[in-house]
Design a protein around this ligand. Structure first.
Ligand code: ADP
Ligand code: MG
Length: 325
């Protein structure tokens, strides 16, 4: 078992190169997030994997077998979209059982599997509910259950939480990861949201303009984004043209917020500045500090700070990493 292997896939629409020479692996049981801004080719790549789009060149293999010529229904993959498109006039259990029926499973086996999957997505007892009586979050759980019920070899999720509000999205992202891990389910999760990608995935594939810019674990990408675009897209607030001004490497550099600590009183290795802005973020404060030399850094603090206050911060030298542009 080697899972999914995509090599040198290119997709064009007229003059638009939607996917540009992309190679990708998804190991059995691995959750891979395709992350990138709108229009960078995530959905197109997913459609190639699903067999809904034919690439201009490149190969798609499952467990070492070329499946490029197989129609979508013969690939054994599952799909879940933002617009979950549940069957409106059927109840939850019938929706979840749909793929099992298509597989020709008998009634007893279907009912057992539906009950098991509904329990897994935390909807035990919801089987007889009409789908139009569900909240947005419940409907997305039903859509997830429906996609998982037939035990797809690979589950593809395209912005599955895009239509939900922030707090529900955060919770469901955690639940999706737990459910996929519990089943040992291989999955490709498309999102433009860095928080969601970090929460759900083992491996994040960052895309830009049809190409893969970077791939690795969430920690690898965060600690060493390598380009200013990646650092910015991943949410780093401290990106400098010249890290040397702050005691880091010469040239473009990112400074991770977790490498900045407040100290009081000042120490031999601290620098002094004043608070120039503060944003309350619920469980922490984002504190903008203007240093004596005029440079601005953003630090996270559990305690409140007041604009104008003098503060001393220590910047760990290993908190910097060099950027290539
Ligand atoms: P994403 O999912 O990352 O937002 P898409 O894969 O949907 O990006 O789109 C990538 C690029 O391909 C975009 O420029 C988009 O306009 C273009 N594109 C996608 N599908 C089609 C299509 N069926 N016809 C023409 N252009 C398309
Ligand atoms: Mg898309």
């Amino acid at each position: 078992m080697t899972g999914l292997a995509i090599d040198n896939v290119t997709v064009t629409f007229g003059a638009t190169v939607a996917v540009d020479d992309v190679s990708l692996r998804v190991a059995p049981g691995e959750i891979v997030a395709l992350l990138g801004p709108s229009g960078c080719g995530k959905s197109t790549l997913l459609r190639v994997i699903a067999g809904l789009e034919q690439p201009a060149s490149g190969t798609v293999e499952w467990d070492g077998v070329d499946i490029g010529a197989r129609p979508p229904e013969d690939r054994g993959f599952g799909l879940m979209f933002q617009d979950h498109a549940l069957f409106p006039h059927r109840n939850v259990a019938d929706n979840v059982a749909f793929g099992l029926k298509m597989q020709g499973k008998g009634r007893a086996e279907r009912e057992a599997r539906v009950a098991q999957i509904l329990e897994l997505v935390d909807l035990a007892g919801f089987g007889s509910r009409q789908v139009d009586s569900l909240s947005g979050g419940e409907a997305q759980r039903v859509a997830l259950a429906r996609a998982l019920a037939p035990s797809p070899q690979l589950l593809m999720l395209d912005e599955p939480l895009g239509s939900l509000d922030r707090s529900l999205r955060d919770r469901l992202a955690i639940d999706i990861r737990a459910v996929l891990n519990e089943l040992g389910q291989s999955a490709v999760h498309v999102t433009h949201d860095q928080d969601e990608a970090f929460t759900v995935a083992d491996t994040v594939v960052l895309m830009r303009d049809g190409s893969v810019l970077r791939h690795g674990s969430p920690q690898e990408l965060w600690n060493d984004p390598q380009t200013a675009f990646a650092a910015d897209f991943l949410g780093h607030p401290n990106i400098f043209d010249d890290g040397a001004e702050l005691g880091g490497p010469a040239g473009p550099a990112v400074l991770r917020t977790e490498a900045i600590t407040f100290v009081a009183p000042e120490t031999a290795d601290s620098v002094t500045g004043h608070v120039s802005a503060v944003w309350f973020r619920g469980d922490h404060f984002r504190v903008q500090i203007t240093l004596a030399g005029g440079q601005q850094v953003l630090a996270l603090s559990p305690a409140a700070a007041t604009t104008g206050d003098q503060v001393h911060i220590r910047i760990r030298p290993d908190g910097f990493s060099h950027l290539s542009d």
